[in-house]
Design a protein around this ligand. Structure first.
Ligand code: CTP
Ligand code: MG
Length: 231
């Protein structure tokens, strides 16, 4: 399925403690941001990329796009204080009223093309589909360090991006959230509020978000594994 992708890249990476936007850190010599962009640059179904950036980082990112031959970025609107605002800025800039919009964290460079294909197909059929993996650990609800409940792991999924939506659904959900001053941690939360079913598509545990220093080690290991598989 053809789609456009929105990549929020306007965070500050506080938990990474790099002293600058974590997306500029490199894995195997290439910035995390470029690893992510390359996935969509190479996917023939991706028609356009919209990137939310901090205005003060626009020039450095423009140079990176040039140096790494990224050609599909159609716009780089200014991000907001919250991730949700950055995503909304891109959706407004893209001005797409039909078709599919995929939202994907720029900080998740290892998304598998096969997951994107499954996800976009499901979103095309249903209107809303997001990527997730089954919880591996035993999950308990804990308050003040005391267990309240052991949750049924069969029903628990760890949710990732990408999240794909029919454009009309995502726009309606964002407008409603803005009107209500509602802040969600992902786009699905905004759509759930409209009582629209959001389908979960099984992704891979590789699709980690580069959040803290240890994630960089995991990232290097994933790249090494993939290179070995290629050889
Ligand atoms: N993001 C964004 N605008 C914001 C906050 C986050 O575009 N106001 C982007 C980040 O650049 C990242 C993605 O949203 O690609 C996921 O956010 P997260 O992993 O939390 O990144 P940061 O907010 O940069 O990191 P931290 O929360 O540790 O500061
Ligand atoms: Mg953040």
């Amino acid at each position: 399925m053809k789609y456009i992708v929105v990549l929020p890249a306007a965070g500050s990476g506080k938990r990474m403690k790099a002293g600058h936007n974590k997306l500029f850190l490199t894995l195997r010599g290439k910035p995390i941001l470029i690893h992510t962009l390359d996935v969509f640059e190479q996917d023939p179904n991706c028609m356009a990329i919209w990137l939310a950036v901090k205005p003060e980082e626009r020039t450095i990112i423009q140079n990176m796009l040039h140096n790494y031959h990224i050609t599909k970025v159609k716009g780089m609107p200014a991000g907001g204080d919250e991730r949700q605002h950055s995503v909304y800025a891109c959706v407004l800039a893209a001005d797409a009223t039909t078709g599919l919009i995929l939202v994907h964290d720029a900080a998740r460079p290892f998304i598998e093309p096969s997951v994107i294909t499954k996800l976009t197909l499901r979103a095309y059929e249903t209107g809303a589909a997001i990527a997730g993996v089954k919880a591996k650990d035993t999950m308990k609800r804990v308050r003040n360090h005391i267990i309240e409940e052991t949750l049924d792991r069969e029903q628990l999924w760890m949710i990732q991006t990408p999240q794909a939506f029919r454009a009309s659904i995502l726009i309606k959900a964002q407008q409603q959230a803005a009107q209500d001053g509602f802040l969600g941690t992902d786009e699905a939360m905004l759509v759930e509020r409209l009582n629209i079913a959001v389908h979960v598509v099984e992704s891979t545990y590789d699709n980690v978000k580069m959040t803290t220093q240890e994630d960089l080690l995991i990232g290097e290991a994933i790249l090494q594994k993939r290179q070995q598989e290629e050889n």
